[in-house]
Design a protein around this ligand. Structure first.
Ligand SMILES: Nc1ncnc2c1ncn2[C@@H]1O[C@H](COP(=O)(O)OP(=O)(O)O)[C@@H](O)[C@H]1O
Ligand SMILES: [Mg+2]
Length: 306
């Protein structure tokens, strides 16, 4: 396999023995905050993200086809034996032509959307009723496209602007699909007492088909909140990197590399939160995923190299 890309969290390889080429996307245990990757790793994070994304892709495959070829890679699907380091944290996908539009759906007010609302009463240019607070539910979930600007930072844009840039037909389809996947995800989370506040999807084209790509409904691409503790106006209890952000803020770090060293306690808290959101929503122990991944990775492995 040929290494083609490393992002903040994932490493992407092209599997050259397939035509058309497939990708192997490997989620590492790296963790970033304020756009800076930390020196330490969160044990098991990449495997949990992978397990959760695959579970949601399966749950939503009747709404939109996705890029997965193998959620649990086998040596035959990869074209070579699977390195032990990759087990449970990699997927084999079809390579798509990515649509350079981040498809965000927001059901509750948080992050940059909350800041925009406070400043001008809109979210991605979409007017909202007055009186909403941090974490308030929106009257209904809204599609909030965003693009990477020249500096590489995400920039919220209006749906009208997205339609001008990408064509009305495509944007309307992305909006409809994103809202439908979001609704399915919210429903699954709600059953576990968890609120899906917002999330980001990425889509791609392959042979005229629109595919749901990248990662789907993971704590890295979404905000998941404890439903019981939710109170508009107060900082929600999140299942993501909030403990990391809080720790970093407490050190007075200026958010430029190198980041401060992280205490083991903060790393353990993060690992436990990622694991608990996965187990609560899917209702399955994380160990089951690891066992299935091990089994798939060893399928027919003996036939390689002999
Ligand atoms: N099916 C696919 N085909 C091609 N590219 C994809 C596919 N799914 C995801 N990608 C791209 O692969 C990369 C995944 O790496 P990631 O660690 O998320 O990087 P980043 O830090 O740039 O978000 C992203 O650039 C994403 O757009
Ligand atoms: Mg990404």
């Amino acid at each position: 396999m040929r290494h083609v890309y490393s992002g903040k969290v994932r490493d992407v390889y092209e599997l050259e023995s397939f035509d058309p080429p497939r990708l192997l996307m490997v989620a590492s245990d790296r963790v970033s905050a304020f756009d800076v990757v930390m020196a330490e790793k969160v044990a098991g994070k990449g495997q949990i993200l992978t397990a959760m994304s695959c579970w949601f892709m399966d749950l939503t495959s009747d709404i939109v086809p996705n890029h997965l070829v193998e959620a649990l890679p086998t040596p035959a699907g990869v074209g070579e034996p699977i390195a032990p380091d990759f087990v449970g944290r990699s997927v084999v996908t079809r390579r798509a032509q990515m649509v350079e539009l981040e498809c965000i759906v927001r059901g509750h007010l948080a992050g940059s959307a909350f800041k925009e609302y406070v400043a001008q009463g809109t979210v991605h240019g979409h007017p909202l009723p007055s009186g909403l607070q941090l974490a308030s539910p929106l009257p209904e979930p809204i599609f909030c496209p965003s693009i990477k600007n020249a500096v590489g930072h995400d920039e919220n844009i209006s749906v009208e602007r997205a339609r001008e840039m990408f064509g009305a037909e495509l944007v309307d389809r992305l909006a409809q699909t994103s809202l439908a996947v979001f609704a399915r995800g919210s429903e699954a989370a709600a059953k576990a007492g968890i609120v899906l506040a917002d999330t980001k999807f990425e889509f791609g084209h392959l042979e005229g088909e629109l595919l749901l790509c990248d990662e789907v409904l993971t704590p890295d691409s979404s905000r998941f909140w404890e439903a019981d503790a939710l109170e508009p106006g107060r900082e929600p209890v999140q299942f993501d990197k909030q403990p990391l952000r809080d720790y970093l803020e407490s050190t007075g770090w200026d958010k430029t590399p190198p980041p401060p060293a992280l205490p083991g306690e903060v790393l353990d808290t993060l690992a436990a939160r990622y694991r608990s959101v996965y187990e609560r929503i899917t209702g399955m122990p994380f160990e089951d995923w690891l066992a299935r991944a091990e089994a798939a990775a060893s399928t027919g492995a003996a036939s390689f190299g002999d």
